[in-house]
Write a protein that binds this ligand. Sequence first.
Ligand SMILES: [Zn+2]
Length: 341
Amino acid sequence: MNMTSELSLANLNHLAEKYLERISLAKDISELEQVYQAAFSRKSGEISNIMHELKDLAPDKKKEIAPYAQDLRQKIETALANKKIQLGDVSQDQTFFDATVPSKDSGRGHIHPATQVIWEIEDFFRSLGFMILDGPEVDSTFFNFEGVNIPKDHPARDMQDTFYLDENIALRPHTSNCQVRAMREYGAPLRAIVPGRCYRNENRDARHEHTFLQFEGFMIDEGISIANFRDVIDQFFKRFINEKTETRIRPGYFPFVEPGFEFDFKCFCDGFCGLCKGTGWIEFGGAGMIHPNVLKHGHIDPDKFSGWAFGFGPERLAMIRKQIPDLRLFRSGDLRFLEQF
Ligand SMILES: [Zn+2]
């Protein structure tokens, strides 16, 4: 049998009938696969061979046969695809999507441990009459720095080095960027907390991350003093650590407050443990009386009003309470971690 007789129209029609019949009779996917191989296997498939041989035909013969051969190939491919769907194996067929098929059970999720603790903290401050505010994560250097008393070229900018989009726009290194915004919007008296995501140019380790959460809080009114802060933070630790814990404040430097201090709470241990490194106290956050310059930027009269502000990491609270050893776990997306909470 020579090539031209194999590639006659009659022969193509015969092949079409043969394959369409085999396809319609296929009872399962493996049988269908055999038909596919017989037709389209690269080395020995009948249809593949025909398509290959078309190339060697004389031009006028090729012109006559080629459209029929293409038509044959298409008919068989379509019949195979339809039969495949009919047999229920649609996984390979990207064009087919049945929205009515129930999804595989993906398990039931829950709130992220960092969000859980944020909600709890919000609840606490709401009960004390604080507003919960939100602000931009990408902000001008004025609200990020100058507004909170960190002038250009001040060394304190190194403490909160962040990522700059250009000279005047940066990812906020703290939620303090909302302090001046809130003062301008609401004026005094003012009680607010600002939870949110912050960014720093940090080397990552168990305690440091380039992306982390922060809680900023402030209270501004006539006659506000450190005593008010101590009361609030005492209640905070009694609620989140335990009833018996004590609070301590000690001097610390933060450019946006004057005076500034750090606040700690008494460790769970009786003297020595890894958490407090034997000091008996756990460092928790920074705070202080809002600097008069910051009040001025917020259009609040520092001769009439005073206020305190604090900041801490809610993830740190979650780490202490739930004994989480590494800050990086929060953003790891690792289900083995998340499923524990
Ligand atoms: Zn301890």
